[in-house]
Design a protein around this ligand. Structure first.
Ligand code: 13P
Length: 269
């Protein structure tokens, strides 16, 4: 039997918040009714980790957006998993596409960070991505497999990892990935887990999608069989994040409604 995977939505604030912006996000997230069947997390700049943790209700997790590969030392500008935990947070995003592309982080470094974060007991959102060039050259599967193989070297406990796939070409470019394109990539990632880690890891690891997820497209994507949630950028700064957190339950509610209407009027009369 295929294991139930709890829907997971992480709103990544990137470098787009200050205390007053955090206050306003906390206000609308706290006031909203969030689906308890979705695990909701925010990705917060390191200087505001403690602040965000203090302000947000406990049902919303807080993630750092990066960390280094050792606990302490002379590494100016870096933070460690131990420091993130000391701020009261249990999640970290590693290998984010912006770390890979803007800051040229290589697979090997990301894998070392993942290994250390796992040893430190953190929960990890481990990211893989494809560029426009990758897609146009038809090498999506190959590129994702190479990134997964490198990440996997650092992972011993997949139950504390969420895999995030980002279609970089569909992030703030005005181009949207179709549900079929998203499903195809997520299915390939799940098959990769099956063939290279275990059936158990493939069945239970949550795989989420990133790339201009909004309140407009989230419900259509939420029905995809291999999709277990979203990594959200721009929409995470707006009340739209609430709709995205609730997208799976809204889709299920729509289905239930549809079936109950069919039952009362089987011929649609
Ligand atoms: P957008 O949702 O703005 O495309 O950002 C995706 C992303 O990189 C989330 O971390």
């Amino acid at each position: 039997m295929v294991a139930q995977r709890k829907f997971f939505v992480i709103g990544n604030w990137k470098m787009n918040v200050d205390k007053s912006r955090i206050d306003s996000i906390v206000k609308f997230m706290s006031a909203a009714s969030l689906d308890s069947d979705t695990e909701a997390v925010v990705g917060c700049p390191s200087c505001y980790l403690s602040y965000a943790r203090q302000q947000l209700p406990s049902n919303i997790g807080v993630a750092a957006q990066n960390c280094y590969k050792v606990a302490r030392g002379n590494f100016s500008g870096e933070i460690s998993p131990a420091m993130i935990q000391d701020c009261g947070c249990e999640w970290v995003i590693l290998g984010h596409p912006e770390r890979r592309t803007v800051f040229s982080e290589p697979d090997e470094l990301i894998s070392e960070k993942v290994a250390h974060a796992q040893q430190a007991g953190m929960k990890i959102v481990a990211c893989v991505c494809e560029t426009k060039e990758d897609r146009e050259a038809g090498r999506t599967q190959e590129v994702l497999a190479a990134q997964m193989a490198s990440l996997a070297e650092g992972i011993s406990d997949w139950s504390r990892v969420v895999v995030a796939f980002e279609a970089l070409w569909a992030s703030n470019t005005g181009v949207l990935a179709t549900p079929d394109q998203v499903q195809e990539a997520l299915q390939q990632l799940r098959q990769w887990l099956h063939h290279n880690v275990s059936r158990q890891a493939a069945d239970t690891t949550r795989i989420i999608y990133a790339g201009s997820v909004s309140s407009t497209n989230c419900q259509e994507l939420a029905r995809l069989p291999d999709l277990d949630g979203f990594l959200v950028g721009s929409a995470a700064l707006k009340p739209d994040i609430v709709d995205i957190i609730n997208s799976r339950s809204s889709y299920v509610a729509k289905l239930v409604n549809l079936f109950s209407n069919l039952e009362t009027s089987p011929l649609g009369i």
